[in-house]
Design a protein around this ligand. Structure first.
Ligand SMILES: C[S@@+](CC[C@H](N)C(=O)[O-])C[C@H]1O[C@@H](n2cnc3c(N)ncnc32)[C@H](O)[C@@H]1O
Length: 209
């Protein structure tokens, strides 16, 4: 048994409908590793129970797994907005939401995140950034004014498979932009921040009061 198996064994089980989303994602899509999966899903759910957000924004829906995990902790009036650019995923995402008890709490937007964010008239308690790695800083600047003081941003994949530690090719824009984002956040005095070595790296950012 490896450490990750041990951690999973000593954490909550994955709810059955989420296990189905995870399985179906692996069967139907070519890049299933993008799905948050069991451990990160339980962490997202736990963070949401701790923060008790009324308004969540997710940037990068993929098959809906992480949106469903975060929706678990929403209050009666709570809503999660989730944005996905790939319209070929829409039907699959909607099926996954409909197969859960949270369908009414999730608003799916199909489109480019930066354009959709501009149109959202909300103040968010929590934002999960998990879309195009080359746009992380742009997402961050677009959402920070819409985040309440004391609100949180979670940025996924900030270790980018360990590539942040290695020499980078000039044409590897994703790694370059993730590294720039990490350096920028480190010295941004508007926020507190801590990077967790969870899965592919998850940075927790809190907007100052
Ligand atoms: C890593 S996956 C998201 C995984 C999902 N959050 C989860 O944990 O299950 C990233 C998703 O972002 C989407 N995406 C990429 N660029 C985008 C953009 N500009 N606007 C909205 N979504 C985008 C991709 O199509 C992909 O489905």
């Amino acid at each position: 048994m490896n450490l990750e198996d041990y951690i999973i064994l000593h954490s909550d089980k994955e709810p059955e409908y989420l296990a189905k989303v995870n399985r179906d994602t692996h069967i139907r899509l070519i890049n299933p590793r993008m799905c948050s999966g069991h451990l990160q899903g339980r962490v997202l759910s736990m963070f949401c129970h701790m923060i008790q957000p009324k308004r969540i924004l997710e940037i990068g829906t993929f098959t809906g797994y992480s949106a469903l995990c975060m929706a678990e902790a929403l209050t009666d009036e709570g809503i999660i907005h989730t944005i996905e650019i790939d319209d070929e995923l829409e039907e699959f995402i909607r099926q996954n939401f409909e197969g859960s008890e949270y369908n009414d709490k999730i608003k799916l937007h199909i489109g480019d995140a930066l354009s959709v964010i501009e149109l959202l008239d909300e103040t968010f308690d929590l934002v999960f950034i998990d879309a195009d790695k080359r746009e992380y800083q742009a997402y961050y600047e677009a959402v920070l004014p819409k985040l309440r003081a004391g609100g949180f941003i979670l940025a996924d994949n900030t270790l980018w498979d360990g590539k942040v530690l290695k020499p980078v090719h000039d044409n590897d824009k994703q790694t370059i932009e993730i590294m720039k984002f990490n350096d920028f956040i480190t010295s941004d005095s508007r926020v507190e921040k801590v990077m967790l070595p969870l899965r592919d790296g998850l940075t927790i950012i809190r907007k100052n009061d």
